[in-house]
Design a binder for this molecule. Structure first.
Ligand SMILES: [Zn+2]
Length: 202
């Protein structure tokens, strides 16, 4: 990433915008009608549009540390992730919600090896994935296969939590909505998808 933001914006205008000007104008005139809500990790290596070959207007995106769905709460507070999910489901009427975990996720590793430097907000947020953590024998260091397994388990936990949102539950029952679990591998570019029939990511 070039630190010269102005130069990068110019590059975007020349390389991407100029050739697709009418498409961008159409998106403004017609508005956005994305059919998919993508919930992914904030990790800079996980780019939803890139890995799904999406164009502007295709994906409604929520990214946060660990691709987490918070517990449904209605109390006072600033529930940004919940609001975005409700907006996607109620207002945009998305048909699919993808929860996409990924390999080498720092949020999942932190469940086993809490970083020296953290904040109470970070630790509290990561608690929403801690059920995915495997109990290891004492003094055993977590290995890569266990991390991959935990990343997948966390996706399933987030899917379950999402299905408890009243607005989501209602549409699932009417079969107007699907929740999909994905596991993206940064090193191979492959995506494993959760198959409910086999209870595996394939
Ligand atoms: Zn991550």
């Amino acid at each position: 990433m070039n630190k010269n933001f102005l130069e990068n914006i110019n590059k975007f205008q020349e390389k991407h915008f100029a050739g697709n000007k009418t498409e961008f104008e159409r998106l403004v005139a017609e508005g956005q009608f994305p059919k998919t809500l993508f919930i992914g990790c904030s990790d800079s290596r996980v780019i939803p549009e890139l890995l799904t070959s999406s164009k502007p207007g295709d994906l409604f995106v929520v990214r946060n540390i660990g691709n987490i769905v918070p517990t449904y709460e209605t109390g006072l507070g600033y529930h940004g992730v919940t609001a975005a999910i409700e907006y996607a489901v109620e207002i945009l009427n998305v048909k699919d919600i993808i929860i996409c975990g990924h390999s080498h996720c720092g949020a999942i590793r932190a469940l086993y090896e809490p970083p020296e430097k953290t904040t109470s907000n970070i630790s509290n947020w990561l608690n929403l994935a801690k059920e995915a953590k495997k109990i290891l024998p004492e003094n055993e260091i977590v290995d890569e296969p266990t991390l991959r397994e935990t990343e997948q388990k966390s996706v399933l936990i987030q899917m379950e939590r999402l299905a408890k949102f009243p607005t989501v539950r209602e549409k699932l029952d009417k079969q107007e909505l699907r929740i999909l679990g994905w596991h993206y591998f940064i090193e191979t570019g492959k995506v494993k998808m959760y198959n409910q029939a086999t209870n595996q990511f394939e």
